[in-house]
Write a protein that binds this ligand. Structure first.
Ligand code: HEC
Length: 106
């Protein structure tokens, strides 16, 4: 499972590096949020429909990056996110940028 995700990630990373550099961070962030499966828990556009998963839509980009780095380093402990955050490596900023600009749905 992890191998497949890593393969998808590599292909995506390659596609992005081959694509235009002017590709907006936001659309890269959106693509990664989908490709890494973040949206399957945190909901479309970061609007979670699961009471056990926090919504990320409209939250401060800097704060989101900080949380991801803390999950990566283990400073913040959560079994799921300690496994997920390393997969977002290199895309923390674009994912955070994308989420911070998403509207909050009720
Ligand atoms: C299997 C479900 C699942 C997946 C997939 C997942 N998350 Fe999470 N995420 C959670 C849960 C549950 C928490 C709450 C963790 C806690 O209580 O500390 C969380 C917390 C977070 C937080 C901190 C939010 C807060 O309010 O403190 C961020 C940021 C985050 N996730 C980003 C991501 C990103 C980016 C991805 C994709 C790389 C991702 N998550 C994938 C379940 C998931």
């Amino acid at each position: 499972m992890k191998k497949i995700l890593l393969l998808i990630l590599s292909i995506m990373a390659l596609a992005f590096s081959l694509g235009s550099i002017s590709e907006e961070a936001k659309s890269e962030g959106e693509a990664m949020f989908e490709a890494l499966g973040c949206s399957s828990c945190h909901g479309p556009g970061g609007n979670s429909t699961d009471e056990d998963v926090p919504s990320l839509a409209g939250r401060d980009a800097e704060w989101i990056v900080q949380q991801l780095e803390q999950f990566q380093s283990g400073e913040r402990q959560n079994a799921i996110m300690n496994a997920m955050a390393p997969m977002a490596e290199g895309f923390e900023d674009s994912i955070a940028e994308y989420l911070s600009t998403q509207g909050i749905r009720e």
